[in-house]
Design a protein around this ligand. Structure first.
Ligand SMILES: Nc1ncnc2c1ncn2[C@@H]1O[C@H](COP(=O)(O)OP(=O)(O)OP(=O)(O)O)[C@@H](O)[C@H]1O
Ligand SMILES: [Mg+2]
Length: 214
């Protein structure tokens, strides 16, 4: 499956989710390609750090692509991998659009604040423009970096209802937990990082199951 983690909002947790999905998918035995399609190169930096930490055993292959190459290289590489995860930047870029022409699923992390939820209307417009090029594209939105004072899933789903023709809201929130930033800073996933934060592990596992099936 080709999963693009995207949206048009910065800092929503895209790289955190993309790297976690790559690690968890690879740990299940799949041959995984992680495509860093964000010119900031955060996912590539993470992979380099991870390879350094684990003596070259990141578990997946990481590459960086930009612009139309996101499409052309993925079309060429897709038969060589079981799954491809694309980390796109937090803006409407040519790289993200190129990725959306080849993705099976677009996964959109959304911060649980009104302003961020409202930008989903713009993301929905982007998807409507891309659907003719990729009619099979599915889009799932979930709340990212939630805390106890956040909008809950029901409120977010209500705020999202005008965009529901092109996206599905999935109730797999990922909490704002130090474990995610600590694990990422160490080149690890929360499933690998010690001490293990069971809530973080449960949240990312539920999201993973939602994306790849149990
Ligand atoms: N669930 C979480 N809990 C705590 N911290 C998080 C969580 N998700 C992400 N972060 C932290 O928030 C910051 C932004 O996360 P990340 O880089 O994954 O977002 P992004 O959407 O990829 O950003 P950009 O739009 O710049 O690419 C990072 O410092 C990361 O460690
Ligand atoms: Mg990022």
């Amino acid at each position: 499956m080709i999963v693009l983690v995207g949206g048009i909002k910065g800092g929503s947790g895209k790289t955190t989710i993309a790297t976690h999905l790559a690690i968890l998918r690879a740990a299940s035995g799949a041959d995984v390609l992680l495509v860093d399609a964000d010119d900031q190169g955060t996912a590539s930096q993470f992979t380099a750090m991870r390879n350094e930490k684990l003596a070259g055993q990141a578990g997946y292959t990481g590459i960086q692509l930009s612009g139309m190459a996101v499409r052309t290289e993925i079309v060429r590489l897709k038969s060589k991998y079981d799954d491809i995860i694309i980390d796109s930047g937090g803006r409407d870029t040519g790289s993200q659009r190129a990725g959306l022409t080849v993705a099976d699923l677009m996964l959109v992390p959304c911060l649980p604040r009104s302003f961020d939820i409202w930008t989903l209307a713009k993301t929905a417009d982007l998807i409507r423009q891309m659907l003719p090029a990729n009619p099979n594209l599915r889009v799932s939105v979930f709340l990212s970096r939630t805390d106890p004072s956040s909008l809950d899933s029901a409120e977010a789903a209500e705020a999202l209802k005008d965009a529901m023709d092109v996206m599905t809201f999935i109730a797999s929130p990922v909490g704002a937990r130090k474990a995610f930033s600590q694990a990422s800073a160490a080149g690890l996933s929360v499933t690998e990082f010690r001490p293990r934060n069971e809530k973080a592990v449960a949240e990312i596992t539920t999201l993973y199951d939602n994306v790849f099936g149990k």
